[in-house]
Design a protein around this ligand. Structure first.
Ligand SMILES: Cc1cc2nc3c(=O)[nH]c(=O)nc-3n(C[C@H](O)[C@H](O)[C@H](O)COP(=O)(O)OP(=O)(O)OC[C@H]3O[C@@H](n4cnc5c(N)ncnc54)[C@H](O)[C@@H]3O)c2cc1C
Length: 631
């Protein structure tokens, strides 16, 4: 509680929309629990409390006391405690309209993770910073660069004997409050008093300056991407108008009867692997309670990814090197893999415990229902957006028009969640830089579980995949054909899918010329980016619309996505969430939350490197780098 008093809490969060705390070190979470309890008890509390905690040493599990019918806050934290994969984890508590506590738990060393945070922090709690060797040249490392994260009026609490922390805070522009106010526990409070405040980066986190009634976003496309954007924005108190050309949500790629979600393991653990792992962990956390309540079909009870290139010794050493706990991913040789999947799989593979399958349309509907529990979310069905434009008057609300030029809706924020059709909508926005997206046709197949067909106990992926739909059907697939617009089901594609399912061990090899009678299928199109990572963020400006350097001025740097100017100002702008490729289910929840962070200025749920890797402006920086190399 001393830390709270040092940060002048609860008074400072009173009547605010949100308040952001960053604690370095977490221990067993006592400071978080005290803060949460104080927030709950305060009638004047802020609507949304974000508590970021960064620690390398975290307990694998927290003790569960469960001594009463109503679980204590400690029990609720223990029940939601994540499997500790490296990186950031989001835990959300006390959800309700205008009420939410979000714990962003960073698993890793503060020196690595704090520079990777994207947030505007109101209070740093640094009393638990573990002692680190003093740096000889007087650079206190991450502690000296906290200014980047500090919001105006930010405070910091540190131990009075922690010389390095105090030196770092001073280098960051913090000044000690009256030292007579030193608490009995030996803590000192500092306040952010910088000599100079640089303007926010064009692709950085911008606080929304508009009032609550003006927080309104129009989301175009009601597939998984659009429903996730609506869900995450509504949880931040934003009103949403969701528009789709179809009569119901999730009728495009998100209308398949089932699909997989899972993490990946890669020797280099580069941006792709880290991004997919973060996305899969978030999907498991968000969907597990929904699945447990039976809100849609699916199961989050593991997924087996076959791997013929790895053996047990290599797998163990790789997982150890990457810091991936057994509770996340486990190598299974062929015999245990067969026992686990209940089908005669052709090799061993990785068992992803937070993997599974689900019905994407049911998931999209559940996200929409949750969005409506938080804010006013209107679904405009059967409306095709043909044109986008900035309104001729007012503080730049954006307008969506139909094919006849009739106004469908207007809002300060537009979110393009329109899959491949985003290309057409971008043509209607010449101010935005073009974004490459490919269209890849896919056909899935399904069969009733009759004699001769084995149902896997969990989804299995290798060359193709098989999953056990509820109601006794086996779903398998899928084909992949670039720029193929054929909407009809093709026998050759069914044969391809059947062959893959047979190789995975679910069926006998069948005669390609005599397809089973009860075969069903569906065709849809994936929107694929050149680097196979989604686009999530504010649209980059077209070079012609970017501010140019005047004579004598240095040309603006364009070598990092966050430096690229955007089609937005502090009142609103145009954002995109698309390009999920074959992993839309895995991406949905995290991409929605990342998008909401871009729009609302709330703390980013992933590290800066991953945010950059998903930022659509990466296309601009890469084009620039390529032009420089070739020129
Ligand atoms: C065969 C196949 C198998 C797949 N299997 C898996 C899997 O196992 N696991 C996995 O994670 N992913 C899988 N995917 C990918 C996943 O389905 C997609 O990534 C995901 O559904 C994309 O969601 P979305 O919202 O971006 O696109 P969509 O679901 O296509 O939604 C886009 C929406 O935008 C609307 N729209 C577009 N333009 C306009 C406009 N101008 N005006 C109004 N509305 C508009 C459309 O009507 C549509 O509803 C698969 C995809 C295919 C094709």
């Amino acid at each position: 509680m001393a830390a709270l008093a040092g940060a002048a809490l609860p008074a400072r969060w009173a009547h605010r929309d949100s308040f952001v705390i960053l604690e370095a070190g977490f221990g067993q979470g006592q400071c978080f629990l005290d803060t949460w309890a104080a927030w709950q008890a305060d009638p004047n509390r802020c609507q949304r409390l974000f508590y970021i905690a960064v620690a390398a040493q975290l307990p694998r599990q927290l003790p569960l006391i469960k001594d009463s019918e109503k679980p204590s806050l400690a029990d609720r934290l223990a029940q939601n405690w994540p499997v500790l994969t490296p990186g950031m984890h989001t835990l959300v508590f006390d959800e309700g309209p205008a009420s939410q506590v979000t714990l962003l738990l960073g698993v890793g060393e503060a020196a690595d993770l704090v520079p990777q945070l994207v947030a505007r922090v109101d209070a740093f709690l640094l009393e638990n910073v573990p002692p680190a060797p003093l740096v000889p040249n007087g650079d206190e490392g991450w502690l000296s660069r906290l200014a980047r994260l500090a919001a105006p009026g930010c405070t910091a609490v540190a131990r009075s004997e922690a010389a390095q922390v105090i030196a770092g805070l001073r280098q960051s522009g913090f000044r000690a409050e009256d030292t007579h106010a030193r608490s009995a526990t030996g803590s000192l409070t500092f306040r952010f008093a910088p000599h100079h405040t640089p303007p926010p980066l064009p692709g950085g986190l911008w606080p929304a300056v508009i009032g609550p009634t003006q927080r309104h976003a129009m989301v175009i496309g009601a597939g998984l991407a659009g429903c996730a954007a609506a869900w995450a924005l509504a949880r931040q108190g934003w009103r949403v108008t969701l528009i789709d050309e179809h009569a119901a949500p999730a009728q495009g790629a998100s209308g398949n009867p089932g699909g997989l979600f899972h993490s990946i393991v890669h020797g280099e653990d580069g941006l792709h692997a880290r991004a997919h792992r973060a996305a899969a962990m978030r999907t498991a956390a968000v969907t597990s309670p929904m699945l447990a309540q039976g809100r849609f079909e699916g199961a989050c009870q593991g997924l087996l990814r076959l791997d013929t290139q790895t053996d047990a010794a290599q797998a163990e050493s790789l997982a150890h090197r990457l810091g991936l706990p057994l509770e996340h991913v486990q190598w299974l040789d062929q015999a245990p893999a067969r026992a686990s999947a209940h089908i005669p799989v052709p090799s061993g593979g990785w068992l992803f415990h937070q993997g599974g399958w689900l019905d994407p349309a049911g998931y999209a509907q559940a996200l929409l229902a949750d969005a409506r529990a938080h804010a006013n979310v209107v679904f405009l069905a059967g409306q095709t957006v043909h044109q986008l434009q900035a309104a001729p008057h007012g503080q730049k609300p954006w307008q969506a028009l139909d094919t006849q030029g009739k106004l469908i809706a207007e809002a300060r924020v537009i979110v393009l969640a329109s899959a491949v059709d985003t290309l057409n909508l971008l043509k209607a926005l010449p101010q935005a830089a073009p974004l490459p997206l490919s269209l890849v046709r896919g056909q899935i197949s399904s069969l009733p579980l009759q004699e001769g067909i084995l149902a896997p106990a969990i989804p299995v992926a290798g060359a193709g995949y098989v999953l056990p739909l509820h109601g006794g059907r086996l779903l398998f697939g899928a084909t992949s054909d670039l720029d193929d617009l054929d909407p009809g089901l093709r026998a050759a594609d069914h044969a391809h899918n059947l062959e893959q399912a047979a190789q995975l061990g679910c069926l006998p090899m069948l005669d390609k010329n005599a397809l089973p009678k009860y075969l069903q299928g569906r065709v849809a199109w994936r929107a694929v980016t050149p680097d196979r990572l989604p686009y999530v963020g504010a649209l980059p400006l077209n070079p012609a619309d970017r501010p140019q350097a005047t004579a004598g001025q240095k040309a603006p740097r364009l070598d990092q996505p966050r430096l690229i100017p955007r089609l937005r100002d502090e009142h609103g702008g145009v954002y995109v969430i698309t390009g999920f490729g074959s992993r839309g289910i895995t991406w949905t929840a995290l991409a929605g939350e990342l998008l909401a962070s871009w729009v609302t200025g709330s703390p980013c749920p992933v590290e800066a490197a991953l945010r950059d890797a998903l930022d659509p402006a990466r296309i601009v920086t890469r084009a620039k780098a390529k032009a420089q190399t070739s020129g």
